[in-house]
Design a protein around this ligand. Structure first.
Ligand SMILES: *[C@@H]1O[C@H](CO)[C@@H](O)[C@H](O)[C@H]1NC(C)=O
Ligand SMILES: *[C@@H]1O[C@H](CO)[C@@H](O)[C@H](O)[C@H]1NC(C)=O
Ligand SMILES: *[C@@H]1O[C@H](CO)[C@@H](O)[C@H](O)[C@H]1NC(C)=O
Ligand SMILES: *[C@@H]1O[C@H](CO)[C@@H](O)[C@H](O)[C@H]1NC(C)=O
Ligand SMILES: *[C@@H]1O[C@H](CO)[C@@H](O)[C@H](O)[C@H]1NC(C)=O
Length: 208
């Protein structure tokens, strides 16, 4: 009987210890990048500064406000466990139009402005789609060439102009690049591998 009691209190102590350990580990996890039900704060700040550089007449980015979970914002796809931002899908939601009303909606939905280089801090970004917006003749930012994880980059019909910087050639994981329908030119194409060669320009087999 006495024996049994000791056993169960031992059990109890063990259980307590386990709980304590679990607790410590929980708070450790809590503070690390495994955010339970929320995006990563630093990445949220990046997105907010990116938004600040943009003009958004139709308020497509209305959900992008400070105190929310940025993984739930429109156009954002996060990793389902780590909550890192993986995709930025900001393509104009209107494409083909057959009426003036649709044309209006298309024009209104264009984002304009600057592309904040802090985007580079979205280290795990694999997909960036800014197509159908109007960046009003700016060059494609060189820093995009340093987003080494990008597999999908769609900048078509987005009002980019000028020289395509060879830095884009650094995107060694790129599976899909669409620079079509901008006023772009290149000095030479040495930086593009043949299968990346599209200056009119699309890859057909893009599964992302
Ligand atoms: C708690 O975390 C430490 C260090 O991360 C690890 O060594 C230990 O096994 C963890 N304990 C439990 C119960 O998960
Ligand atoms: C743990 O996370 C919760 C909710 O995600 C938060 O309210 C709390 O402040 C966090 N605790 C610490 C120590 O970071
Ligand atoms: C998380 O994503 C992986 C693939 O990226 C998928 O296989 C898995 O089912 C997802 N888990 C949940 C809970 O959605
Ligand atoms: C890029 O986006 C446009 C829509 O804005 C779409 O029509 C096109 O198929 C996309 N390109 C690729 C390669 O996915
Ligand atoms: C691109 O790669 C070249 C080497 O191939 C390197 O010299 C250059 O600094 C890289 N540029 C960027 C923007 O990462």
């Amino acid at each position: 009987m006495a024996m049994k009691q000791t056993m169960s209190s031992l059990h109890f102590v063990l259980l307590l210890e386990l709980l304590v350990i679990a607790n410590i580990n929980f708070s450790f996890c809590n503070r690390s990048s495994y955010n339970v039900g929320g995006c990563i704060e630093s990445e949220k700040q990046v997105l907010l500064s990116f938004k600040q550089g943009l003009r958004d007449p139709s308020n497509r980015l209305a959900s992008w406000i400070g105190d929310g979970d940025c993984c739930a914002w429109s156009g954002i796809v996060c990793h389902n466990l780590t909550e890192h931002v993986l995709e930025l899908r900001l393509r104009n939601p209107f494409s083909g139009y057959t009426s003036y009303a649709q044309l209006d909606a298309y024009e209104m939905s264009k984002l304009h402005g600057n592309i904040n280089p802090s985007l580079l801090d979205l280290k795990l970004l694999i997909s960036l789609d800014l197509s159908g917006n109007d960046f009003e003749g700016i060059r494609i930012p060189k820093f995009l060439g340093s987003m080494g994880n990008l597999r999908y980059l769609n900048l078509s019909r987005a009002g980019f102009a000028g020289m395509i910087s060879h830095q884009l050639g650094n995107l060694s994981n790129l599976e899909c690049l669409d620079l079509g329908w901008n006023k772009l030119h290149v000095e030479n194409l040495h930086w593009l591998s043949v299968e990346h060669l599209l200056l009119g320009i699309t890859f057909q087999s893009c599964n992302l």
